[in-house]
Write a new protein. Structure first.
Ligand code: AMP
Ligand code: ZN
Length: 495
């Protein structure tokens, strides 16, 4: 086993940055609340999935074995509402379940496409809630046996007042909580307003499963407890989600799991902050609601979005704007251009460049230390990136005055590979991929010109110039391109 780097994370339970001490040496088990697959993920959801990906990649790059479980919520109120819409009132249960399945399959596929486009690693385990109905029923039964759950009219509720630790995660005082709890219209039979539903007795027009309490379906919170306990065991290193899940979802998960287990469950609760759009909450009515597909249609490269998000601290609100995306893109281009320069053979000194007395090896070592110290301290990506960008500036200056040797260049490239394991934004490029990227940039530039967005078109031309690609706009509207360097491939055309 390689040396493991120690990683500290802010723990919502204790409200402190604490070192993660895995339950099993060298292995980290992470449960992540995943998407509700009833629609395309919006860029806020994607921000949370990117934070979860960063967390996972950090542990992997730090030498740990990671089990990364992310559930798909494929049965809950909104899914039922939207999937059952067109069905006749007398549709049988088999049809209802089948229609719900087909509906959620569509959005599962879309979700996986988003993951791939954003280079979010596929989860090690990705359970669907409907495959764990038996486990959910078993868990609710266990809570009933322990006196923590009661049945009313075919539904089962958790008795919050009987669990002393309730409120430990959200740090709300129990009296205040009772007042603040939102009342679900389904839950009119509860003994106390703070009790929450574990199993919902069926209503007309809904798909159902058989249970000891009659026909019904699981409540949303029980789904995650059942999947996490079944798949990852009785104790977990880390559980994650967006901040909106702290209460009530995660508080209720703790109640269910610890209520059934009779002991502690999760060591570290880690929550990512929200994405807003230009200072406002995203909403369809405000016209500031975007999916990844919407961004791509506007010419945004998904990896620019990825980089913009990952360059921000996961516990800071991210204020999305197209201006911010452009700034992220230009930083990204700087790193990629630097990578290309380091991959090339050493060139002559730039005339008049001042002599820079930097030892490249020492400089890379310092950047590596700073980079890892920042990441290990609660995933501080802005600082980690700052360490990388200062390296870019220093090494460029040194290479201008006295070219780095091939060996030193390789060391720099190795460090870029190491940092790319986390950022996944400046990979080693295959020549064919490069051609594809060039074609895509040319197409984006043509689209910008068609939209009379001259600033963007100029920016793209400059970007291509940085990559040493020369463009020739032809009368028929096509663009011819070639590499500026000698011995390059034949000119290519782009429509
Ligand atoms: P959902 O598909 O609604 O179950 O949400 C999936 C994930 O997205 C959850 O972890 C939420 O906390 C998270 N989420 C929802 N809205 C936002 C937002 N605006 N910014 C960041 N994360 C969000
Ligand atoms: Zn969950």
């Amino acid at each position: 086993m390689t040396d493991l780097r120690a990683i500290s994370l802010f723990n919502t339970l204790t409200r402190k940055v604490e070192p993660v001490t895995p339950l099993a040496a060298g292995e980290v088990k992470i449960y992540n609340c995943g998407p509700t697959i009833y629609n395309y993920a919006h860029i806020g959801n994607l921000r949370t999935f990117l934070f979860q990906d960063l967390l996972r990649r950090t542990f992997e790059a730090a030498g740990y074995r990671v089990t990364f479980c992310m559930n798909l919520t494929d049965v809950e109120d909104k899914i039922i509402r939207d999937s059952q819409k067109g069905l006749p009132a007398d549709a049988d249960n088999e049809t209802r379940l089948q229609v719900m399945r087909t509906f959620t399959d569509t959005y599962e596929r879309a979700f996986l496409e988003d993951l791939d486009a954003l280079r979010i690693e596929r989860p090690t385990i990705m359970p669907r809630a409907t495959s764990y109905i038996t486990e959910m029923i078993r868990l609710v039964t266990a809570l009933e046996t322990r006196g923590l759950a009661y049945e009313r009219d075919g539904s089962v509720y958790f008795r919050v007042n009987d669990l002393p630790q309730y409120g430990c995660l959200s740090h709300i005082d129990r009296e205040g909580m009772q007042l603040g709890t939102s009342v679900d219209s389904d839950e009119y039979d509860r003994d106390s307003v703070s009790d929450f539903v574990l199993w919902k007795g069926t209503k007309p027009g809904e798909p159902w499963w058989e249970s000891p309490w009659g026909k019904g379906r699981p409540g949303w919170h029980i789904e995650c407890s059942a999947m996490a306990l079944s798949l990852l065991g009785q104790r977990l290193d880390i559980h994650t989600g967006g901040v909106d899940l702290i209460f009530p979802h995660h508080e209720n998960e703790i109640a269910q799991s610890e209520g059934a287990l009779g002991h502690g469950w999760v060591n570290h609760w880690v929550h990512g902050d929200f994405l807003m759009v230009e200072g406002e909450k995203m909403s369809k009515s405000l016209g500031n609601f975007f999916t990844l597909r919407d961004l791509v249609a506007k010419g945004v490269d998904p990896i620019s979005f990825r980089f913009a998000i990952q360059g921000n601290h996961y516990r800071k609100l991210y204020n999305f704007s197209f201006e911010g995306l452009r700034a992220a893109r230009s930083t990204l281009d700087r790193i990629r251009t630097f990578r290309r320069r380091m991959e090339e053979e050493p060139g002559p000194a730039r005339e008049g460049a001042p002599d820079v007395g930097i030892d490249p090896r020492e400089r890379v070592e310092r950047a590596r230390d700073e980079f890892w110290q920042s990441l290990a301290d609660d995933l501080n990506t802005p600082e980690a990136l700052a360490a990388l960008l200062t390296l870019v500036t220093d090494i460029n200056a040194r290479d201008d005055s006295r070219a780095l040797t091939r060996e030193d260049r390789d060391l720099v490239v190795a460090f870029l590979d190491e940092t790319d394991r986390l950022f996944a934004a400046w990979p080693r490029e295959q020549r064919e991929n490069l051609d594809e990227e060039i074609e895509a940039l040319i197409a984006a530039r043509s689209a910008a010109k068609a939209a009379r967005n001259w600033k963007e078109a100029d920016r793209l031309r400059d970007q291509l110039k940085e990559m040493e690609i020369l463009l020739e706009d032809r009368k028929d509207g096509t663009v011819r391109w070639r590499r500026a360097t000698a011995g390059s491939s034949a000119p290519s055309f782009s429509g």
